[in-house]
Design a protein around this ligand. Structure first.
Ligand code: SF4
Ligand code: SF4
Length: 191
């Protein structure tokens, strides 16, 4: 739905009432009081009139398009879906991804990330890593509670980044539609 456009008239010359200021102050007090009493009535009658979330007891269910911290998709066998191709590392504008690739001899998909680090103190949640990944192996989660006391704690390693695929289904479904992919990548790592 397109946003509503409000045209604010800013006349070069103020009217005599505006120059007095008092009518404008009263008008401001009227608007503030109207909101105050409307919210008070809503609170007294149990009908909320304002959008208030009692955080942290209550949480907002973010829409699927929401971009929280990037995480790695973990398959049922506990392995990351990532094949350490390095495309996300290359696409990241802040250079906050570091991948050390490894190989599993004899497996159908030999490459895997031996190490996969994201420095979230530099990440700007842009989602370019997710867009670049051909395997749907890195996706933007809903996690935004990342406060720490030092920058070092913002360096997330592979085991902290892995999130079971089941918990990311909504986002995976969303990006499949958004990037016009017809199906999930066929590659699955063997156990
Ligand atoms: S969300 Fe953007 S900044 Fe963060 S790791 Fe991905 S590409 Fe880099
Ligand atoms: S997360 Fe995706 S793009 Fe990044 S290295 Fe793994 S497979 Fe490649």
């Amino acid at each position: 739905m397109p946003g509503r456009v409000i045209v604010v008239e800013r006349r070069a010359r103020l009217t005599w009432a505006e120059r007095l200021y008092l009518p404008m102050i009263l008008k401001g007090l009227y608007v503030t009081s109207r909101h105050f009493f409307r919210n008070l009535a809503g609170w007294l009658t149990g009908r909320r009139t304002a959008f208030v979330v009692q955080y942290p007891e209550e949480r907002v269910d973010f829409p699927d398009a929401f971009r929280g911290m990037p995480v790695l998709v973990q398959l049922e066998n506990g392995q990351p879906r990532c094949v350490a191709c390095g495309l996300c590392e290359f696409a990241c504008p802040t250079d906050c991804i570091t991948i050390v690739p490894g190989e599993i001899e004899g497996a159908s998909i030999e490459r895997y990330p031996e190490e996969f680090d994201i420095d979230l103190s530099r990440c700007m949640f842009c989602g370019l890593c997710e867009e670049a990944c051909p395997e749907e192996a890195i996706v933007m989660s809903r996690e935004v509670e990342l406060a720490t006391y030092d920058r070092g704690s913002m360096l997330f390693h592979k085991k902290e980044l892995l999130v079971p695929e089941k918990l990311l289904e909504r986002r995976l479904g969303f990006i499949r539609g958004d990037y016009e992919r017809v199906h999930a990548p066929l590659a699955r790592r063997e156990g």
